[in-house]
Each structure stands twice: as C-alpha cells, then as structure tokens.
Design a protein around this ligand. Structure first.
Ligand SMILES: NC(=O)c1ccc[n+]([C@@H]2O[C@H](COP(=O)([O-])OP(=O)(O)OC[C@H]3O[C@@H](n4cnc5c(N)ncnc54)[C@H](OP(=O)(O)O)[C@@H]3O)[C@@H](O)[C@H]2O)c1
Length: 198
C-alpha cells in the first residue's frame, strides 16, 4: 500500500511492458493501433475466447462490459469495438443493469461481486465471459474452507448462454497464456523479426 503502482508501471519501457499497462500501450489500443503495442493480458485473453466463438468480425453484435477499470473494462471495450461490436460499458452507476445485460450478444462481467449476474440477465444464446475471481466461504467442504466463484452464477447462466467461461479455469489461465504471448511478441520485435499473431 505504501508503493505508488502507477509511478512504477509508467517507468517500464513500453516495448518491454508485457502486461500492456503503460500509457503508451493503453493509448495505442485506444486509438485502434493493435499492431505495434502490447495489449493488456486479461482482456487480450478474453478477446481470444470471444473470437474463438464469434469469429474475427463482430459486426452487428451487441457487447456489454460490466466494469470500467483501466486494468480490464476499458481495454476490453476497446478490443470489442475494434472488432466492430456495438459496445456498452456498464458500471456501478448504470441504471437497470439487468436490462442492459440482457441486450448483450457478448456479455463480459468484471466486477468482483460473487455470482452477481443471474440467468435472467443473460440473453438466450449469448456468449458470456466471466472475469471475476471471488473467494467465498464453503462450509460444505469443511470448517474454514472456501472456494472460488466468478461474477456470474455459472450453473443457472449456462442453461441460457450458448458459451460461458468457468471460474476457475476460464479467463485466468488465458491471462497467463497471453503474458507468455506478449513476451514472445516483444522478443520478436527486439530481434527485428515479425511476431506471430495470437
Ligand atoms: N481472471 C483474471 O486474470 C483477472 C484479471 C483481472 C481482474 N480479475 C477479476 O475481475 C474482477 C474485476 O477486476 P478489476 O480490476 O476490473 O476491478 P475494479 O478495478 O475493482 O473494478 C470493478 C468495476 O466494477 C464496477 N462495479 C462495482 N460494483 C458494481 C455493481 N454493483 N454493478 C455494476 N458495476 C459494479 C465498478 O464500477 P465503478 O467504476 O462505478 O466503481 C468498477 O468499474 C475482480 O474480481 C478481479 O479479481 C481477474
């Protein structure tokens, strides 16, 4: 808590910023330059999951991102917009969040509130990406035990969604994979070679 994380992040060289959090990399994404910067790992991984279900071009699809953090919500919305989705960013001041969420063909939840998104918030056939990681008490596993759940009530929402990511085992491992991907991309650039596309 005594450290200023922003000052530390901004002191990293942008071409070595494999977390994609430096303002130069955030700015490139915001201006639609996906080719020369490094994209923040969790949204990059979530977008790879979206592309695997919905394809490269999201024209005509409504995407709703719940959460507007610099770490996830904003870059995720920019990636979806770049792929031609019609994007709504929702947050704690959004009115009638359930109705907003129900309009989503692609629903992304990054809030940090256990199982907040219920089945009734999910449009039938939607693609649901659950970014939240929440530890809750699990007395059924024994005294003092806990378990991880997402921001989406997985069991009920999976009855309505066409595709849904589990927690744990969904977006989390993708984040680690994209950290490796960004490292490979950065190394190719330093070596003057064309990086692979992930
Ligand atoms: N899987 C991964 O690798 C990974 C990576 C990063 C984060 N996460 C998880 O994702 C979650 C979000 O992370 P974050 O860093 O983006 O969190 P954050 O900075 O705390 O942002 C949370 C966002 O949720 C919004 N929010 C809070 N309560 C809400 C409500 N009742 N209704 C609607 N919106 C609400 C906030 O709105 P306001 O802006 O209005 O306050 C804020 O924009 C956390 O559970 C975190 O652990 C997972």
């Amino acid at each position: 808590k005594h450290l200023n994380s922003d000052a530390i992040i901004q002191s990293i060289r942008p071409d070595k910023d494999v977390d994609g959090l430096h303002v130069v990399n955030a700015g490139k994404l915001a201006t639609g330059d996906l080719a020369t910067g490094l994209i923040s790992c969790t949204p990059a991984g979530a977008m790879l999951l979206v592309r695997s279900i919905r394809g490269e071009d999201l024209s005509g699809l409504n995407a709703v991102v719940i959460g507007r953090s610099n770490l996830f919500g904003k870059p995720m919305a920019q990636l979806l917009l770049n792929a031609n989705a019609t994007v709504t960013m929702a947050h704690s001041r959004t009115k009638d969040l359930a109705a907003v969420a129900r309009g989503a063909d692609i629903l992304v939840a990054a809030v940090g509130r256990p199982e907040m998104v219920r089945a009734a918030w999910v449009k039938p056939g939607a693609t649901v990406i659950d970014v939240g990681i929440n530890r809750i008490d699990a007395p059924e596993r024994g005294e003092g035990k806990s378990r991880l759940v997402g921001d989406v009530a997985f069991a009920e929402a999976s009855e309505v969604a066409r595709a849904i990511t589990p927690v744990p085992g969904g977006v989390g491992p993708m984040t680690i994979a994209m950290l490796m991907a960004n490292t490979v991309i950065a190394a190719h650039r330093v070596a003057g070679r064309k990086p692979p596309r992930f």
